[in-house]
Design a binder for this molecule. Structure first.
Ligand code: SF4
Ligand code: SF4
Length: 387
């Protein structure tokens, strides 16, 4: 192992580490990218998990998002979450909100998390239950959300969109607005074993999700409906403001500002890239800090050069900073990296090139988005500081 000072100096730690505490899950969600259900072989023990918290802090990690499977199924969930906070890192929790436990809300509130994110895929309980694979899931998740709100927790709802629930977006908007719930809309990938590729959104449907988010953001003040698209929901649109929480897309952040840890200790740039070739090491063999700082690690983002762009992205003016879009989306759709066909710039160029504004009009549109100061106000809702 290299001396710690040398390791620490190598590069800044990740802004956020998404940590799959367990692959065990009580639901059977259609679109689950890791086909959660049973535990992985050899998941980290409670002692290993607590040691990993220290390691993450040492690496310079600023925030940790605990997810699963269903993280609340881990008996030591609160010990791990508390350690993250004691070490001064921000905490987010991503849960399906169906695991009972009256004490959960007060214990979560005591940890002052940045967000408690609950999955909700439809306003129609029967459809949500069908997507989540268990009857009664909607009622439990919605009751969980209401209890969290009562406990003063910063609640987010995550909706994962595919062909079965695309039409649910307006009903979900009506269900969520005015409740102080931050809403993140994302699209499903096809990595999971329960999901049929036939359910993936086509490009027009994908773009319509961006249009929906933009329409909501123009219609409602962030205080009424704080809604964002996931960070990988399209980029470099010439017509829409960036639908994510950021002013512009700066490329896939896997291994740059984010990292993922599987419940067996495998370290990845992003857990969405559910393929063995993207595991950079295991915390049982090397510390996270060493893996994060290893020379040549996470090469697909850290060492990207424009000439690696695939045919979908070759020649694009944004290729150098964009890196060819979301790595997971690119792999899933085209079988290779740096080649995302679901990019708003590309979709617009191909589907309605005559609609696109020139650079002058674009600058005015962009200034409009910034002048509204909406990103800063939205940011409050997604950072746990809502008042
Ligand atoms: S075409 Fe490729 S490189 Fe260009 S903005 Fe889209 S994803 Fe990025
Ligand atoms: S692979 Fe996609 S989802 Fe993962 S960090 Fe990169 S852009 Fe985000």
């Amino acid at each position: 192992m290299a001396p710690e000072k040398e390791i620490k100096a190598a590069r800044p730690g990740p802004a956020c580490v998404v940590w799959e505490l367990t692959l065990a899950c009580n639901l059977k969600c259609l679109h689950c990218g890791s086909t959660a259900g049973g535990r992985r072989d050899a998941e980290l023990s409670p002692a290993e998990a607590l040691a990993l918290c220290e390691d993450l802090k040492r690496s310079g990690a600023r925030g940790v998002a605990l997810m699963g499977g269903e993280p609340l199924l881990r008996k030591d969930f609160f010990e791990i979450a508390a350690r993250v906070r004691e070490l001064g890192m921000e905490l987010s929790v991503i849960t399906n909100g169906t695991v009972p436990g009256e004490e959960v809300f007060a214990r979560l509130a005591a940890l002052a998390p940045r967000a408690v994110a609950v999955s909700l895929d439809a306003a129609d309980p029967a459809l949500h239950d069908r997507i989540r694979g268990v009857p009664g899931a909607f009622a439990k998740s919605f009751a969980f959300i209401e209890r969290c709100l009562k406990a003063g927790l910063p609640v987010s709802v995550i909706t994962t969109v595919h062909k079965l629930n695309l039409k649910e977006l307006p009903a979900l908007r009506d269900l969520l607005k005015g409740r102080g719930i931050a809403w993140q809309v994302q699209t499903a990938g096809a990595e999971g074993g329960r999901f049929s590729r036939d359910l993936l959104l086509d490009r027009e449907e994908f773009y319509s999700v961006g249009m929906f988010v933009e329409a909501c953001r123009r219609t409602y003040a962030p205080e009424v409906l704080p809604v964002i698209g996931a960070h990988d929901l399209g980029y470099h649109s010439l017509l829409l403001d960036n639908v994510s929480l950021y002013e512009k897309w700066e490329g896939c952040q896997a291994g740059l500002s984010v990292a993922g840890i599987r419940s067996d200790g495998g370290v990845m740039g992003c857990l969405a890239m559910n393929a063995p070739g993207f595991v950079e090491g295991n915390v049982r063999e090397k510390s996270f800090t060493e893996i994060w700082n290893a020379a040549g690690g996470f090469a697909y983002t850290r060492s990207f050069t424009e000439d690696q762009a695939g045919p979908e992205c070759a020649g694009c003016e944004h290729a150098r900073t964009c890196g060819g879009g979301c790595s997971e989306m690119s792999l899933m759709k085209t079988g290779r990296l740096h080649n995302d066909p679901y990019c708003f710039a590309r979709i617009e160029r191909e589907l309605f090139p005559e609609e696109l504004p020139g650079p002058f009009a674009r600058a005015a549109l962009s200034a409009r988005g910034r002048a509204a100061g909406k990103l800063a106000r939205l940011g409050r809702f997604f950072s746990g500081k809502r008042s």
